[in-house]
Design a binder for this molecule. Structure first.
Ligand SMILES: Cc1cc2nc3c(=O)[nH]c(=O)nc-3n(C[C@H](O)[C@H](O)[C@H](O)COP(=O)(O)OP(=O)(O)OC[C@H]3O[C@@H](n4cnc5c(N)ncnc54)[C@H](O)[C@@H]3O)c2cc1C
Length: 461
């Protein structure tokens, strides 16, 4: 509970309609994309960096927790105010400040919705590649704070690869500027990348300068059907070993195929263990066509029983429909899903999937696996009914076992969703004591009173 003094100071820090304290508003800001929930004491909606800094100064003075929030699509519980305090929602800070066509950069406020940014830059023939599936429901600030990825990241890299500079409000309310439009910059420690993926525990990102590239004009897509996971893995390695880097190399396992067919009746095969959706893109139509043909050939040589190649935009959309339908299709199977985000070395993908299937069989709950196979980033989704207490208990155990598989195979807990609160219990095993100690030292140097998103990312000492 915040005192009237703190509320009054917050109302001074931002415009009067920027402080919400009614029970309904607090409930609306108590969730993210997970099952977790915790009420804040106040929600503050700043309009610019100066207002963010003023709010942080109030929080620092009274040692009140402050939790930055974009669109709350996070899948790790990072934006949930587990210690109460202030939720600082950046959604009113959604301006595109400067689109510099000559230098191919864009400077934006942190609350810009990623899809809006992409639309704006594409109007002038430029391209911002990172494409999380939540592109319409997430902000650039949230993407930077989680270092979001997506299907295109195999070829183009993740969010962090496009961040040139940031404006960050520190825990004492000072405003730090890092980087600028210069592409090469090794002046001092790389503070820009320190804040990338920091999930709100080191500072509040208020503005970002992002690198853009020229928009590729052509794309060709193929869908390859593999009788076994090993065949699919062999194809992935063979494609990359030939020096081909498709924009997308997405995998759907047989349970994912089953769920999509049940919901959408797209005519997907029911007798294969894996589908790979592969897309090549570029600015030379013939070269892109040749690339997809070579990829299709490699797929067949690696054991694909069928490779569909889209030659028109309509055919391309049809192939993509399978991948885009995964998440909505799962809802027909079970009311709830827990989506994980492990990564493993690419060669370990078949082993990882087989072990995850064994976990599913042993506990009697379905696990659907899809993901960015070219990056070794798998999304095992456990399907269940949360109203059944016994099922929920199993889910927690299954998630733990999935993380164990990732670590045993030389992988890690998260490829793009981050740690938040959900993966905290596994951090010690994933990183070891020294890495955690170094991370705590950084946290304490920047936020000595632990007011910034407390209880996230770093397990207690
Ligand atoms: C259907 C669905 C599909 C998804 N697909 C993908 C995907 O393909 N790839 C992927 O990477 N993720 C995906 N996600 C997860 C999620 O969308 C991403 O993590 C996204 O980057 C979160 O953005 P947000 O604005 O919603 O952030 P929030 O959920 O509001 O916050 C996420 C974290 O970032 C911190 N944060 C937010 N804004 C700031 C800021 N300005 N400064 C400092 N810290 C901040 C928060 O404190 C929190 O820790 C998906 C989620 C859903 C629901």
């Amino acid at each position: 509970m915040l005192s009237q003094t703190v509320i009054a100071q917050l109302r001074q820090a931002v415009a009067d309609d920027g402080v919400l304290t009614s029970p309904t508003d607090l409930i609306a800001y108590s969730f993210d994309g997970t099952f977790e929930q915790s009420l804040p004491d106040a929600v503050v909606l700043p309009r610019d960096t100066e207002e963010v800094a003023a709010v942080v100064r109030v929080a620092a003075q009274h040692r009140v927790p402050i939790v930055p929030r974009g669109m709350a699509s996070g899948l790790a519980g990072g934006a949930i105010p587990t210690a109460g305090g202030i939720v600082l929602a950046l959604t009113r800070m959604n301006r595109i400040l400067e689109l510099d066509r000559e230098n191919m950069t864009v400077t934006v406020e942190a609350g810009v919705v990623t899809a809006d940014l992409q639309k704006e830059v594409e109007k002038v023939g430029l391209f911002y590649p990172p494409d999380p599936s939540s592109i319409k429901q997430s902000t650039i600030g949230g993407n930077i704070a989680c270092n979001a990825g997506g299907p295109r990241c195999l070829k183009y890299g993740v969010t962090g690869d496009y961040v040139l500079g940031l404006t960050v409000v520190l825990a004492d309310g000072q405003v730090l500027k890092t980087g600028n439009k210069a592409i090469k910059n090794v002046t001092g420690l790389n503070l820009t990348q320190l804040f990338v993926g920091s999930e709100g525990v080191l500072g509040i990102i208020t503005e970002a300068t992002l690198r853009l590239i020229a928009r590729p004009s052509f794309a060709n897509t193929a869908l390859a059907h593999f009788p076994t996971l090993e065949d699919a893995a062999r194809a992935i390695n063979a494609i990359l070993a030939q020096g081909l880097v498709p924009a997308t190399l997405e995998l759907l396992d047989e349970t994912a195929i089953e769920c999509i067919e049940e919901a959408m009746h797209l005519g997907l095969p029911r007798d294969v263990e894996a589908l790979l959706l592969i897309e090549a893109d570029g600015n030379d139509a013939q070269a892109v066509g040749r690339e997809i043909d070579t990829i299709a050939e490699i797929g067949r040589d690696s054991g694909a029983v069928r490779v569909e190649v889209a030659r028109t935009e309509e055919e391309r959309n049809k192939l993509w429909k399978a991948r885009r339908s995964v998440s909505p299709s799962l809802a027909r199977r079970a009311p709830n899903k827990l989506g994980e985000d492990i990564t493993v070395p690419r060669s370990a993908i078949p082993e990882a999937i087989r072990r995850i299937r064994e976990i599913s069989r042993r506990h009697g709950l379905p696990i659907v696996i899809f993901g960015h196979a070219g990056d070794g980033n798998l999304h095992p989704n456990i399907l269940f009914d949360r109203r059944e207490r016994a099922q929920w208990e199993k889910v927690e155990l299954m998630a733990k076992e999935i993380f164990q598989v990732a670590l045993e195979l030389g992988g890690t807990l998260s490829g793009e969703h981050g740690i938040g609160i959900l993966k905290l219990p596994y951090m010690r095993e994933a990183l070891g004591p020294l890495s955690l100690e170094v991370q705590w030292r950084i946290k304490e140097a920047l936020d000595p009173h632990h007011i910034l998103n407390p209880g996230k990312v770093l397990p207690g000492k």
